[in-house]
Each structure stands twice: as structure tokens, then as C-alpha cells.
Design a binder for this molecule. Structure first.
Ligand SMILES: *Cc1c(COP(=O)(O)O)cnc(C)c1O
Ligand SMILES: [Zn+2]
Length: 400
């Protein structure tokens, strides 16, 4: 285990990694796990991975678990990196790829964050945690929490995808709905934590979820033969995925596994685009996006706590931020299914729509290798689609 301490992402304050740490004790910014990268460099080599299990735990040198016995696993898999040959050719991309996070347990990449977050919480002796969620994170943490024997207290907007309620409930979590947004759920959770002393598992308020999400980037690099793509497009809500991808890329570069960074793109819905607005205005932080609303529920985050980190990842990687309308998202979702047979979530469809927009603007060149993150399975969002096939009587014929 090569983690050495936690470090504030803003002021650099160091915190003992053995603590049940939350935000920076000095400035309340998110804490990051720091590794002794010289030692990782000496210990890690792609060749060593060949006899390890094919899941995120194979990157142990860059993960924060001290004792393997504390690993809480629900059978993680390396998700496929699929070439979108037909759709790519039609749209004008020569190398368009999609990493399909819909194949994770629970159907979204949130299970990566929960795998690391819950495992480390168990290692630190956490007995109960609480979190606000737009649905998928709460579901993943409830399920991993159940396996770890840790009590989960979860608050989600009443409009969050219905299935995520069921996942929390079936796992025995203590679940509440709120008539509001994730920011409202966050306020309620904050009060409950102050009163009950639960571990705060909110986005970026504990340092380990991001360590799970960053494995998306390590997998992409390994799946491309330890090469980086030119561009990675990520549907951005709270931004942990993007911040994690950037963190992993810096770590891989520091240990000499990669040399160049892909340009990172934050895709948002025009109904909730605080990062795009901040990026376009040249600001370092975002402003609360009033009346935020989008069918891509996982990216409906009006004011991400890690906004400055998202903007930094975009800027330092020469990336960009771009918003697409919900109508465009729905069209992209259907095109992916019709051309490639992939039923992606609306958030994943937003990444495709954003990439296409950037191609048309010339920001992406046709010959560049572009990786889209499909963050979840379309099966989790039946309520965003509406189809009414003709109803036949038992003796009717198919009209031709
Ligand atoms: C949470 C979520 C996102 C946004 O992820 P962040 O890393 O918090 O920006 C995107 N898509 C889906 C399906 C999600 O559940
Ligand atoms: Zn700090």
C-alpha cells in the first residue's frame, strides 16, 4: 500500500490518512489521497497485471486499501471499450469509442466509487454513513454498504429515477425523499450528520469515492495498450468522475506509464450547465444554476462542490466544457441504440451529442481518437422514454 497521507486539493494541508477524514480541517475543500509515486513507479508495471483479477482491484498500487481483507466486492468487472464504427463513420469520426459503464453492478459507474468508498469506510471502522444523491450513488452505496454491514442513511429528490429508490430500499437502507434538488437533500443530510455523528459520504466530502472513479481512466489507458486517447468526453454533474480521471492520468504520467494527457471535455445539459457557464466566463468557480432541470438526472447538479477542480482539469488538459439540449440528448440516445445496439443512459447520450457538436466546430478533428463515457445503463431510466406500439387483438394481423 503506497498511500501516504491525505492532502487538501485547495490549500495543501496534510491530514493523517488513518482518520475518518472529511473535508479539509483548515479550508473545507475536498481532500485527495496522495501516494508515494516514486515507490509506486518502482513497484508497478503493466506486465505485472497479467496474472491479476480482471477488475479495478488490479490497480492496487494506486488504491488506498491497506488490508485486502477489507475489500468489499460485488464482483466488479472491467467495462468494455466499444468501437462505435457505424455511428462514428456516419457522424464523421474515424475512431469513436464508448466505455460502457452500464455493465457495472447496479448499472452505473457509481459502483466504482462505492467499491472504494465503502471498503475504506469499513477499514476505518465506520458503522453508519449518510449521503444526498440523485439516485445512482445512493443505490450503489446502499448495496455495497449492505455487504459491508454499514448502515446507510440516504436522501434523494422525489424525482430521482424510480429504480434507484428500489435499490436503496431492497438493500435495507434508511431512505428519504425530498421535494427538491440534490442541494436540498444535501442540506438535510448535513443537519442529520451534525446531530448523529454519521460518516458523511456526500460527493467529495470523503476522499475515497474518487479513488474508485479514477479507475475508469486507468482501464481506458490499459484497454488502449497503455496509450491515451486524444479526447475523453464525460457527462459532468458533481464532476467526481472527471476529477478522478484527471487525477489518475496525472498519477499514470508521474509513474511513467503515459506521456501525454487526453483533452478532457465536460458535457452538460443546457438545463443544468454551471460548469459550462463558468468555463465560458473564464471563472475558476461556478455559480448556483437556478431552476436547473434535465432528463439526464445524474448531471442535474446546480452547484458542484468540486467545481474548481473540474474547471482545473478541463483547463490544464486543454479541454473544454459544452452543453447540449435535452432534445439533442434524446436524439443521440436513440441514434446509439439504432446504429450500435447500445441502450445508454441520457447522461451517456449527452457525451455523444457533445462530441458531435465539437467535431462540427472543428474542436475535435475527424482523425482523433475520442472516448465517450457512457456512465450508466439505459435500462435504469424507463421513465425518460415514451413509446406506444399499436395494440393488437389476439386474432389481428400485423398491418403491412
Ligand atoms: C452521477 C452520474 C453522473 C455524473 O457523475 P459525476 O462524476 O458526479 O459528475 C453521470 N451519469 C450518471 C448515470 C450518474 O449517475
Ligand atoms: Zn484546505
Amino acid at each position: 500500500m503506497f498511500a501516504i497521507y491525505l492532502e487538501c486539493s485547495k490549500c495543501g494541508e496534510k491530514v493523517d490518512r488513518g482518520q475518518k477524514a472529511q473535508l479539509c480541517p483548515k479550508c473545507a475543500a475536498p481532500l485527495f489521497v496522495r501516494y508515494d509515486l516514486d515507490k509506486v513507479k518502482a513497484a508497478f508495471s503493466p506486465k505485472k497485471l497479467s496474472d491479476r483479477p480482471y477488475n479495478l482491484w488490479r490497480y492496487a498500487e494506486l488504491l488506498p486499501i491497506e488490508n485486502e481483507a477489507n475489500v468489499v466486492s460485488l464482483g466488479e468487472v472491467v467495462t468494455p471499450l466499444i468501437a462505435l464504427n457505424q455511428l462514428g463513420a456516419r457522424l464523421g469520426f474515424e475512431a469513436l469509442l464508448l466505455k460502457d459503464e452500464g455493465l457495472n453492478q447496479g448499472g452505473t459507474f457509481k459502483s466504482r466509487g462505492a467499491a472504494l468508498g465503502v471498503s475504506r469506510a469499513k477499514e476505518l471502522g465506520v458503522r453508519a454513513f449518510a449521503m444526498p444523491t440523485n439516485g445512482n450513488a445512493g443505490a450503489a452505496w446502499a448495496l455495497y454498504g449492505a455487504k459491508a454491514g454499514i448502515r446507510a442513511h440516504i436522501v434523494m429528490p422525489k424525482d430521482a429515477p424510480y429504480i434507484t429508490r428500489l435499490e436503496c430500499a431492497i438493500a435495507g437502507a434508511d431512505l428519504y425523499l425530498v421535494d427538491g434538488l440534490i442541494s436540498d437533500a444535501g442540506r438535510i443530510v448535513g443537519k442529520a450528520i451534525a446531530k448523529n455523528g454519521w460518516y458523511d459520504a456526500s460527493t467529495l466530502k470523503e476522499p475515497y469515492r474518487i479513488e474508485g472513479k479514477k479507475t475508469m481512466a486507468i482501464e481506458i489507458v490499459e484497454q488502449l495498450g497503455w496509450q491515451t486517447p486524444d479526447v475523453i468526453v464525460y457527462p459532468t454533474g458533481g464532476g467526481v468522475g472527471l476529477i478522478g480521471i484527471y487525477k489518475a492520468l496525472l498519477e499514470l504520467r508521474a509513474i511513467g506509464v503515459i506521456k501525454t494527457l487526453p483533452r478532457l471535455v465536460a458535457a452538460q445539459s443546457s438545463g443544468c450547465d454551471p460548469i459550462v457557464r463558468a468555463y465560458e466566463a473564464g471563472k475558476k468557480v461556478s455559480e448556483f444554476r437556478d431552476n436547473s432541470r434535465t432528463i439526464a438526472f445524474g448531471i442535474n447538479v446546480p452547484k458542484p462542490i468540486g467545481d474548481f477542480l473540474i474547471l482545473e482539469a478541463i483547463e490544464k488538459s486543454n479541454g473544454t466544457a459544452i452543453a447540449v439540449s435535452d432534445a439533442t440528448i434524446l436524439r443521440a440516445q436513440s441514434e446509439l441504440a439504432c446504429a450500435e445496439g447500445l441502450f445508454v443512459c441520457p447522461e451517456g447520450a449527452a457525451a455523444l451529442a457533445a462530441a458531435y457538436d465539437l467535431l462540427q466546430r472543428g474542436w475535435i478533428r475527424p482523425d482523433e481518437k475520442v472516448v465517450l463515457l457512457n456512465t450508466g445503463n439505459g435500462l435504469k431510466y424507463p421513465e425518460t422514454l415514451n413509446v406506444n406500439p399499436p395494440l393488437l387483438g389476439k386474432d389481428d394481423e400485423i398491418p403491412v
